[in-house]
Design a protein around this ligand. Structure first.
Ligand SMILES: NC(=O)c1ccc[n+]([C@@H]2O[C@H](COP(=O)([O-])OP(=O)(O)OC[C@H]3O[C@@H](n4cnc5c(N)ncnc54)[C@H](O)[C@@H]3O)[C@@H](O)[C@H]2O)c1
Length: 251
């Protein structure tokens, strides 16, 4: 995959960082987005990608901000030449049971997790259509399929991503662009610590997972690289659980 370009949102840490580094290993140049430079961690990811012999471009913007997103995508296409892969990874998690959940918490989570996916996808699509090629991978969650107490707004926003992806695939028809979702399970990241505050919680989640362990960001990156590759040409509108057997579809 020489001279192909991938854009990853929320790329400074956690799952997004792993995805960006794995795509660089697969030969992609990277457009790295995050809401800010995160105390230089975005710059560190860029340096690691360049050490891999690939180009990188840092694009700081909030995925909720349509004008800012249109701006960085325009810059990315101009500077990198094309955008072959978009990974909508940026996301936030807050917790509150429904009776305590505030309107502000609901709106904030939906703005980043659901509207953000729509805005970045809409900004990138004209370039992919022009190329007649594209791979869009949206990071949803097993929570978007099975729910989790205390996370109604988060789970509903991820269910929105799953359905958005299906309709996107339908509308993409024979454009050469595919759109799929990846549903991580319990993954150890800054966000993941909300579910994994201590060793007892890690053990509890491992015990209810078929593989008897929690996941790590690199576990998710492998699935994203596959869906971003030519090998996944006939896969679209699907969702892939990357959860070690925490949940099973169809049952
Ligand atoms: N960690 C888990 O257990 C888990 C499970 C299922 C799904 N996910 C999903 O995976 C994705 C990555 O999660 P993570 O665990 O790496 O989380 P994380 O909090 O470690 O990283 C998320 C990144 O997104 C960025 N971000 C947040 N709001 C943004 C915005 N408005 N604009 C641009 N960037 C923004 C953050 O700055 C951060 O770098 C998220 O979509 C999350 O919902 C995570």
């Amino acid at each position: 995959m020489d001279n192909k370009v991938a854009m990853v949102t929320g790329a400074s840490r956690g799952i997004g960082r792993s995805i960006a580094l794995a795509l660089a290993k697969d030969g992609f140049d990277l457009v790295l987005n995050d809401i800010d430079r995160q105390a230089n961690t975005l710059d560190e990811v860029a340096a690691l990608i360049e050490a891999e012999g690939r180009r990188s471009l840092i694009t700081v913007a909030d995925v909720r901000d349509k004008a800012a997103i249109q701006g960085i995508v325009r810059t990315a296409a101009a500077r990198m030449g094309r955008i072959d892969v978009l990974v909508n990874n940026a996301g936030i998690l807050t917790s509150a049971r429904i009776e305590e959940l505030t309107e502000e918490q609901w709106d904030e989570v939906f703005a980043v997790n659901a509207k953000g996916v729509f805005l970045v996808t809409q900004a990138v699509l004209p370039y992919m259509r022009e190329q007649g090629y594209g791979r869009i991978v949206n990071i949803a969650s097993v929570g978007g399929k099975r729910g989790a107490p205390g996370q109604a707004h988060y789970c509903a926003s991820k269910a929105a991503v799953l359905e958005f992806t299906r309709v996107l695939a339908m509308e993409l028809e024979d454009s050469g662009i595919t759109a799929n979702s990846v549903c991580p399970g319990i993954i150890m990241t800054e966000m993941g610590k909300a579910n994994l505050p201590d060793q007892a919680s890690i053990d509890k989640w491992a015990a209810v997972t078929a593989q008897r362990r929690i996941g790590y960001p690199d576990d998710v990156a492998g699935a994203v690289c596959f869906l971003a590759s030519d090998a996944a040409a006939f896969i679209t509108g699907q969702s892939l659980n990357v959860c070690g057997g925490l949940i099973f579809d169809g049952g």
